[in-house]
Design a binder for this molecule. Structure first.
Ligand SMILES: [Fe+2]
Length: 430
């Protein structure tokens, strides 16, 4: 009897909505929710404002449903559902649940603050690349989960190399990853860009699971996009096309869009003073020359990415460039053409009015099944701090003048590095 009840509950659980996760859209005051299930009923989203003066009536909307066909195995199929909650207010939190037409999920809560909505300054984002589902990644995720439960986190930036790999084992690894991140992603926007581990089958598994802001240039692929949150303009790019000569069209499309996007951001700099770009591959890194993996990343690929992006970043006064890909943490100074560029103040943990982009690599979240890449025995002159502890970063926008970056180790559960990046407005008009 016990076994029958157990099997019934297990089977029933399979049919409930799974992998519920949020993302911001291309429009202000919207939150997309996506999930999967084994059932193809009338997918619905129900949400209502809470903790604010607005009406707390439930709004019900229908979601889109697409079947995921995993191809090779008869019983490996699933449906992905996605829909957008709108008219959100930054003064409210929202309670919501999703249904596949037969079974509903638990209720989740998220904050109604979205990009493009208002100019309130202060907030904190989780930032990392290269997470995966192995033990190291799980440990990093658990530390982030604790932070998200105890502090107000606005959202997440995952800079590629997401699940190692989302498409592996007929998508079972993708399922595992999405279920792993649900405790954070069901209540915070989980914003992604593809890394090299998302390229398989023309990004099919990535596209099935993550829908990011769409625009005309990205032709609804949502591989690259930008938005403003408070005083920061964020640009998220797909760096894969820069590393394959046959992808010239994709590369040119994104680069042309980037130049126009940064031009507009600079015209708007009085009200949105900061520009931060995020992508998987890096422009600069120190490495251990005896480690062949990081040698390729830091010498060969970094040179190609620099060739494509450095001049654009420098000319457009990008403040901070965040990336992953090498499996270590490395914070660097302001750099241009491989030289440190000095600002008004350049102390170990403080930059004031930098004159070139500051670069940070946080690609140490978990990766596959091995220890992170070794740190460099002889770091480059612009390296300010390196660690190969597993972990993640946070970006705190303190106000319009001050950003704080911190890196946390999930091996020691401690903050291991930080830097204040400060910019005075008088500088913007000079
Ligand atoms: Fe990578």
């Amino acid at each position: 009897m016990f076994i029958i009840i157990f099997l019934f509950l297990q089977t029933q659980a399979l049919f409930y909505p799974m992998q519920v996760h949020l993302s911001w859209t291309e429009n202000p005051s919207e939150m997309r929710v996506s999930w999967q299930s084994r059932l193809n009923g009338k997918a619905l989203i129900s949400y209502r404002p809470i903790f604010c003066g607005n009406s707390s009536d439930w709004t019900n909307i229908e979601a889109e449903t697409t079947r995921i066909d995993f191809g090779t195995e008869m019983f490996r199929y699933s449906f992905v559902h996605t829909g957008v909650m709108n008219n959100l207010s930054p003064d409210c939190h929202y309670e919501y649940s999703v249904s596949n037409g037969y079974f509903s999920s638990d209720n989740f809560v998220f904050y109604g603050r979205t990009p493009g909505q208002d100019k309130r300054s202060s907030y904190k984002m989780l930032v990392y690349g290269d997470l995966g589902t192995h033990d190291y990644g799980k440990k990093t995720f658990n530390l982030m989960k604790t932070m998200a439960e105890t502090e107000e986190i606005l959202g997440v930036f995952h800079m590629g190399d997401i699940g190692y790999n989302l498409n592996s084992q007929q998508g079972l690894i993708g399922d595992k990853f999405l279920n792993m991140i649900k405790p954070i992603a069901s209540s915070h926007a989980y914003m992604t860009v593809p890394g090299n581990h998302e390229k398989a089958n023309n990004y099919t598994a990535y596209k099935q699971r993550f829908t990011m802001p769409r625009n005309e240039a990205n032709q609804n692929t949502s591989y690259f996009y930008s938005f403003d949150i408070g005083p920061v303009h964020y640009v998220l790019l797909n760096t894969n096309p820069y590393l394959k000569t046959s992808l010239k069209d994709e590369r040119d499309t994104q680069t042309n869009w980037l130049i126009q996007d940064l031009k507009k951001a600079n015209e708007n700099r009085i009200s949105v003073p900061w520009i931060i770009t995020l992508h998987h591959h890096l422009l600069y890194c120190s490495h251990d020359p005896s480690d062949s993996g990081s040698r390729k990343d830091c010498e060969v690929q970094a040179a190609v990415i620099r060739h494509n992006l450095e001049e654009i970043y420098y000319e457009n006064k990008v403040d901070l460039v965040l990336s992953g890909h090498v499996h270590h943490y490395e914070r660097q100074a302001s750099i241009y053409k491989n030289e440190t560029v000095y600002g008004d103040v350049d102390e170990l943990n403080k930059h004031v009015n930098a004159n070139a982009p500051i670069y940070i690599i946080s690609g140490s979240a978990g990766n596959r099944i091995k220890k992170n890449d070794p740190t460099a025995p002889n770091p480059c002159l612009w390296t300010r701090f390196m660690s190969n502890d597993f972990g993640f970063g946070t970006l705190t926008v303190l106000n319009e003048t001050v950003l704080l970056w911190e890196q946390f180790s999930s091996e020691t559960n401690k903050m291991i590095d930080w830097v204040y990046i400060i910019k005075y407005f008088k500088k913007l008009n000079s």
